[in-house]
Design a protein around this ligand. Structure first.
Ligand code: FAD
Length: 465
């Protein structure tokens, strides 16, 4: 049993936790970073953002090769060596987690491996592979993240997997059901479909990626209609595990009459915050019944020297939100008067094509009673999109009608996530349609569509394709 005294302990080494710990160390604070995993990076680097994007890269190359094969450059049918695909994905993850380990050492952030629980308002006890460590701290940041939600009526079976199981890539099932039409499920569906699986998606609501606007998802539905069989307004009522497969029964608008056999079922119905798993109450920190911890704009909990950041403080559960919150918490602990007060947080589904939005969606603008106007530019009119076989795309901008200020934007199409930065910056800077329309965008680029949509709003659309 060992004991450590520190100015700051950070519980959880995901994007929120390691960003907070590194910023605090840079500001001269003596910092200990605790995680149950042996590697840093949390869900995002180990079993989330990064491994999924490595596999989505594989899927994208397969798609592009298929398109070229129909247009004069033939690569033949892809031969999948799953062990090598898995090894490539793992090498991407280990390169990044090792990099984080190095950055942590460089800053003299002490990494304690093990499962941590609060035992008082200034004590955390960590049970790890090397034994028990008691950490006495002046300040703490809780960054314990979230975990996949499981459904109680679905039996425990190797063939029922969550996103972590899907990323393990044990095999390529012939037929897979994705339960939940959100971002994580659709990203994994994109990967497995490219590798050869037949994919069914079932979603209880009337739209995939429900947070996005309907017109954007309409374009997405068109692009996936030959890849996924989508069952909207339908729910799973039971899963029976038999020797030859999982038999799934459905109810609702698109429900098949008989149970359908699948080789695998991926449950992707959301994530649950880990706030209830760290014994926060022993430190006097309030945790709500769902596991969220409430914080103020400086990321302080109800206990002033204990902060919380990332997935467990609320939606959206995204890595870049956690990073910025982590920086604010560390800076406030270092005595700076900083606040987490972004005008917008981008959301991206890295599907093929990508679906991305930032700021207000049209449905949010409507619900808030804002006098807005939408201006869109379809990619079928973009020279770069045509030359890249990427015409299934749309750039949609939302402006405040009277001032012309940019209040939101959404893009569906190849590289939509990369393009979104310009709209986010416009919103943060309070730019208006004229600012975007007068910004000279390089030609031919997909980004031109943002300037052109602004010109549509201005009523001055040019003839540049
Ligand atoms: P997490 O990354 O969840 O890390 C929390 C860490 O705390 C974990 O390592 C856990 O081991 C540790 N921990 C928890 N409790 C304890 C304890 N008691 N003791 C010790 N350690 C503990 N977001 C994006 O922005 N972009 C994406 O492309 C994206 N893709 C995703 C794909 C998938 C498949 C998944 C599952 C998620 C994805 N996300 C993505 C979401 C993103 O991973 C999370 O929003 C982000 O990781 C949250 O960061 P965090 O710092 O809150 O905590």
């Amino acid at each position: 049993m060992s004991e450590i005294k520190t100015q700051l302990v950070v519980l959880g080494a995901g994007p929120g936790g390691y960003s907070a710990a590194f910023r605090a160390a840079d500001l001269g604070i003596d910092t200990v970073l605790v995680d149950a995993r042996a590697t840093l990076g949390g869900v995002c680097l180990n079993v989330g953002c990064i491994p999924s994007k490595a596999l989505l890269h594989v899927a994208k190359v397969i798609e592009e090769a298929k398109h070229l094969s129909a247009n004069g450059v033939s690569f033949g049918e892809p031969q999948i060596d799953l062990d090598k695909v898995r090894a490539w994905k793992d090498s991407v993850v280990s390169q990044l987690t090792k990099g984080l380990g190095g950055m942590s050492k460089m800053r003299k952030v002490q990494h304690v491996q093990g499962y941590g629980k609060f035992t008082g308002s200034n004590t955390l006890v960590v049970e790890g592979d090397a034994g028990t460590t008691t950490i006495n701290f002046d300040n703490a940041i809780i960054a314990a993240g979230s975990e996949p939600v499981s459904l109680p009526f679905i039996p425990e079976d190797d063939r029922v997997i969550d996103s972590t199981g899907a990323l393990e890539m044990k095999d390529i099932p012939q037929k897979m059901l994705i339960l939940g039409g959100g971002i994580i499920g659709l990203e994994m569906g994109t990967v497995y479909n490219a590798l050869g699986s037949q994919i069914d998606v079932v979603e209880f609501l009337d739209q995939l990626i429900p947070a996005a606007d309907k017109d954007i998802i309409k374009v997405y539905m068109k692009t996936i209609k030959n890849k996924f069989n989508t069952m909207l307004e339908t729910k799973v009522t039971g899963v029976e595990a038999k020797e030859d497969g999982l038999y799934v029964t459905f109810e609702g608008k698109k429900a098949p009459a008989e149970p359908v056999r699948y080789d695998k079922v991926l449950v992707a119905v959301g994530r649950r915050p880990n706030g209830s798993l760290v014994a926060a109450e022993a430190a006097g920190v309030n945790v709500d019944e769902r596991g969220f911890i409430a914080v103020d704009k400086q990321m302080k909990t109800n206990v002033p020297h204990i902060f919380a950041i990332g997935d467990l403080v609320g939606q959206p559960m995204l890595a870049h939100k956690a990073v910025h919150e982590g920086h604010v918490a560390a800076e406030v602990i270092a005595g700076k008067k900083h606040f987490f007060d972004p005008r917008c947080i981008p959301s991206v589904a890295y599907t093929e094509p990508e679906v991305a939005w930032v700021g207000l969606t049209e449905k949010e603008a409507k619900a808030e009673g804002i006098n807005y106007e939408v201006a869109s530019f379809p990619w079928a009119a973009s020279g770069r999109a045509i030359a890249s076989a990427a015409t299934d795309g749309l750039t949609k901008m939302i402006f405040e009608k009277d001032s012309g200020r940019v209040i939101g934007g959404a893009i569906i199409g190849t590289n939509a996530g990369e393009m979104l930065g310009e709209i986010g910056l416009a919103i943060e800077m309070g730019a208006d349609a004229e600012d975007l329309a007068l910004t000279i965008h390089a030609h031919p680029t997909l980004n031109e569509s943002i300037g052109l949509a602004a010109e549509v709003f201005e009523g001055s659309i040019t003839d540049m394709p």
